[in-house]
Design a protein around this ligand. Structure first.
Ligand SMILES: [Zn+2]
Length: 647
């Protein structure tokens, strides 16, 4: 609903401000014919820098001669490279090193001489090239490079914090927008008096240097200053990212809100230099340029110095810890959320299943599990509201900005047909035998290995770990999953199981079952990071079903033990082998029979199950193992022997 209101107010502003400024007719020019993204123009307008589709090549085009050359083709140099006011290219590459952690390196390339230089040694975590008032900063969590001794003030974002660094190097942390899971694209206005950034689930914000919000410009992405009064940004298309985006010209005082590209064009990734706006066209990757009839900002000039003036500054040193970016798929109970009202017999009620709910339950569980295992995490959402159903491009940019080592998008699947199947599926960007981001295939396989071992469910088919271009050949060349487009982290989208298979949906209604999925993914991550976790405890999990009662879903396709009715409401007690009761667990009444005992010190245990006023009883012995899921399914029979309840 919120988005619709915004659109109406934008239209009104457009009408009001239409005469204030405009676009020169016939000024649109195509600079690159295809496969060019994230364009950057040099301050003198002579050079165009862009990335090829997958961030694997950084290309420089001389706009006077039309000659193109490759700046770099190793370590995914694309997507976030910039020009300094000195006309040099500053970019960051990544490399998987010890234990599959990603280390990022800062580079400087001089178009005039063709010389490429490493200016910042490899370091773990976030490293990004930033514009400062009169120079460039390559900002890492451990070390920071500046292109001159004095580069002036600059701004950047890390998580949901805005950092403002003044001309003397003093840094301040600001949080102008609460309730956002991450800020992106921070920049100081040309006159240095205001800072603009985008807050996920909120929109583009301009604040003063104390963090007081002075303007809220709406749900837009990749904003940049055209001059002190106008900005350029691209549409935030929410989950409709595939259908359209435009470039907008916006007055910071609210007097103008005007699209400057046609709707059909699907324009993305704008930037401005010397009064020109350059942008890419979604899918095809044409790069275009247009000029506006308003006065551009005066470009900052590089501070010149004699000899070697740049410097590297240590920020802090801490242990390199694996960092996982988690995207709980969908959000907000919206139209893309695959809502399925489910009549649960035992509960005698309709339970509203939303994919976004089970995805978020898994994500929050995974966050906690990983913290307990000593990992660092970042999430694209922590609540389930319309606002946090982020644009897919925003999600992937948040992942890149988090400095993570891997990217996981958590989902469940549905055939969308009458056909009922159930298997785990993980998709990485690229072909089956050639993932775009190195490490993605390996990560995907490892997580699927632990997912398929889940004995609480009944799989109809083998697990799959595939490249999305091979899996969806009908989508066309290199289209693939939207949330993995422009991703260069080792990453995978996990469809844990099929929620339109009824018994599986009933399991997904159990938070314990979602927790178990998350735990199993953590085992895959432990393996990917070369047994990083020294977690000492284990998990015992299972499903309790009736051996002699069938489910009453006549017309429903059921696989294996799913033909048997699960137990509802039984009480479980967990004892050590010395007879000390350590846990109790009551099965829910949602027809899933799921139980999970987590965080158990490895030793022998006994599980006792009591059902219906203690009339039916069963027990079994089971041993918990370090950092492993031990599966223990039970069958209950109507003629089980009663046992007296222990005190
Ligand atoms: Zn999904």
């Amino acid at each position: 609903m919120k988005k619709i209101i915004l659109v109406f107010s934008f239209l009104c502003l457009w009408a009001l401000g239409a005469t204030a400024a405009g676009v020169k007719q016939g000024s649109v020019k195509t600079l690159v014919d295809s496969c060019g993204f994230f364009p950057q123009m040099s301050p003198d307008g002579q050079w165009l820098l862009f990335s090829t589709t997958e961030g694997s090549n950084l290309v420089l085009k001389n706009l006077a001669t039309g000659n193109q050359s490759i700046v770099s083709s190793t370590g995914y140099p694309g997507f976030d490279a910039i020009f300094g006011p000195d006309g040099k290219v500053y970019y960051v590459t990544q490399e998987r090193k010890k234990n599959n952690l990603l280390y990022r390196t800062g580079h400087c390339y001089d178009p005039a001489t063709g010389k490429d230089e490493i200016v910042l040694k490899p370091q773990h975590g976030q490293v990004q090239a930033l514009h400062a008032a009169s120079g460039v900063v390559i900002n890492g969590e451990r070390q920071v490079y500046t292109s001159a001794k004095q580069v002036g003030a600059y701004a950047y974002t890390r998580g949901a914090t805005l950092y403002l660094v003044d001309a003397t190097g003093v840094s301040r942390e600001l949080r102008p927008v609460a309730d956002s899971n991450g800020y992106l694209w921070a920049s100081l206005s040309p006159d240095g008096t205001r800072v603009m950034f985008e807050a996920a689930a909120h929109g583009v914000v301009v604040c003063d240097l104390n963090g007081s919000v002075v303007a809220e410009l709406g749900e837009l992405l990749m904003p940049s200053w055209y001059n002190n009064d106008y900005i350029i940004a691209m549409s935030n298309a929410g989950n409709a990212r595939l259908t359209g985006s435009r470039i907008w010209l916006i007055a910071v005082d609210g007097s103008l809100f005007k699209p400057i590209t046609p709707k059909e064009e699907r324009a993305v990734q704008p930037m401005t230099a010397g009064g020109k706006v350059v942008y890419a066209v979604q899918y095809g990757g044409e790069i275009k340029q247009l000029e506006l009839d308003i006065q551009p900002a005066t470009p900052a000039s590089a501070v010149s110095g004699k000899g070697k003036v740049e410097k590297v500054r240590n920020v802090k040193s801490k242990k390199d810890v694996p960092r996982v970016f988690i995207n709980p798929g969908h959000g907000g109970h919206d139209s893309d959320d695959r809502h399925i009202p489910t009549w649960v017999i035992a509960a005698r009620d309709t339970i509203h299943y939303y994919e976004s709910n089970s995805n978020l339950t898994k994500a929050l569980a995974l966050e906690e599990i990983l913290h307990n295992k000593g990992y660092e995490t970042a999430l694209s959402r922590k609540t389930n509201k319309t606002e946090d159903d982020l644009d897919l491009f925003e999600i992937v940019t948040l992942a890149a900005n988090s400095g993570a080592d891997v990217f996981l998008s958590l989902h469940s699947n549905a055939t969308g047909t009458e056909n009922r199947v159930n298997f785990p599926l993980a998709l990485y960007r690229g072909w089956d035998d050639r993932a775009v981001a190195e490490g993605s295939h390996e990560l995907s396989d490892m997580i699927m290995h632990f997912a398929k071992l889940n004995e609480l469910t009944v799989w109809s088919h083998k697990e799959r770990s595939r490249g999305d271009w091979s899996f969806y050949p009908e989508w066309g060349y290199k289209v693939g999953l939207g949330v993995l487009r422009y991703n260069k982290l080792p990453g995978t989208l996990i469809e844990g199981s099929f929620h339109d298979y009824l018994p599986e949906r009933e399991r997904l209604l159990s938070d314990s079952y979602c927790w178990l999925d998350a735990w199993n993914y953590s085992l895959g991550l432990d393996e990917y990071f070369h047994n990083y976790s020294k977690f000492k405890n284990g998990v015992i999990a299972g499903v309790i079903r009736w051996e002699d009662i069938l489910r009453q879903d006549d017309d429903m396709r059921l696989y294996g033990d799913d033909e048997l009715k699960p137990l509802n409401g039984a009480l479980l007690r967990l004892y050590t082998d010395r007879g000390v009761m350590v846990r109790a667990y009551t099965l829910d009444i949602l027809d899933n029979g799921v139980f999970v005992f987590s965080n158990l010190p490895p030793m022998k245990y006994k599980i006792e199950v009591y059902y219906g006023n203690e009339d039916l009883y069963i027990s079994t012995k089971v041993k918990a193992k370090k950092n492993v899921t031990v599966y223990k399914n039970f069958m209950m029979r109507k003629d089980m022997k009663p046992k007296k309840k222990k005190k």
